[in-house]
Design a protein around this ligand. Sequence first.
Ligand code: NAD
Ligand code: 0WE
Length: 265
Amino acid sequence: MTLLEGKNALIFGVANKNSIAWGIAQAMHAQGANLAFSYAIPQLEKRVRPLAESVGAKLIEECDVTDDAALDRVFDRFKELHGQLDILVHAVAYADREDLMGRYVDTKRENFARTLEISAYSLVAVAQRAEPLMSSGGAIMTMTYHGGVAVMPHYNVMGVAKAALDASVRYLAHDLGPKGIRVNAISAGPIKTLAASGISGFRRMLSYHEKVAPLRTVVTQEDVGHTAVWLCSDWSKHVTGEIVYVDAGWNIMGMTVPFDDLTEQ
Ligand code: NAD
Ligand code: 0WE
């Protein structure tokens, strides 16, 4: 018997094989879940379809999370094909590249609104549509980053969006708790994905993470996948509204000077 035997999961946020959502999908597939996928834009289909088919997905639909009609279509289609929804994975974020450099104080009104719409409101939009399909309870999970709690240089408006997302997890958990629907987030350490490529200094961020984090490791998509399985299985039955850190312990540190630098003579 596997942890997610026969559970139906809908996954938002696979762009390619490096996506955190794909790490989560593989772990859930290994634990017996039936998977369905939605991807952001037509150009991604050639990457997402082969991945989704390799785990036997029946539903593979395009959906921009800012488009209500597209969201309605995905959930309608899911209902036709699978009926009941048990697990919803949200691993979606977007900010303009120019807002992930320079100063937060320069953020434009329009970019602030778009970043928060895609990266935070979209969780509410999918939760609204998941609720009626989760008639025997369920688990909703999203991906967050510690930049929503403490300042990470250049994370800027994405940090503000993650703070809204984290609060949203708690309010959704309160609203949906009486229906037996749990809502949680995984806060991952930095991982080299499409969303991380193009961020200047990302490689240095990873090597710094390895020197500072208590476990002296960097986190992988597979590590996040394993925690996601736990968070969406009955083994975390009474866990809701939580932000679970999968960050090798980074967030517990007060002083982030690499320990070796302090101890070398
Ligand atoms: P990724 O680029 O593989 O995934 C981001 C996904 O968001 C992509 O699939 C993209 O198509 C989708 N997306 C963007 N705009 C969308 C829209 N309008 N409609 C629908 N989908 C849209 O990168 P990732 O690192 O796997 O990111 C997944 C999540 O993990 C994000 O929420 C990110 O903030 C979070 N996260 C990433 C890291 C990291 O270091 N990579 C760390 C912590 C949290
Ligand atoms: O959430 C993220 C990244 C989200 C993201 C990344 C991009 C890059 C390309 C959202 N939108 C875009 N838009 C693009 O055009 N992470 C947690 C990874 C990340 O991003 C950073 C980080 C870390 C860690 C940006 C600055 C500093 C640290």
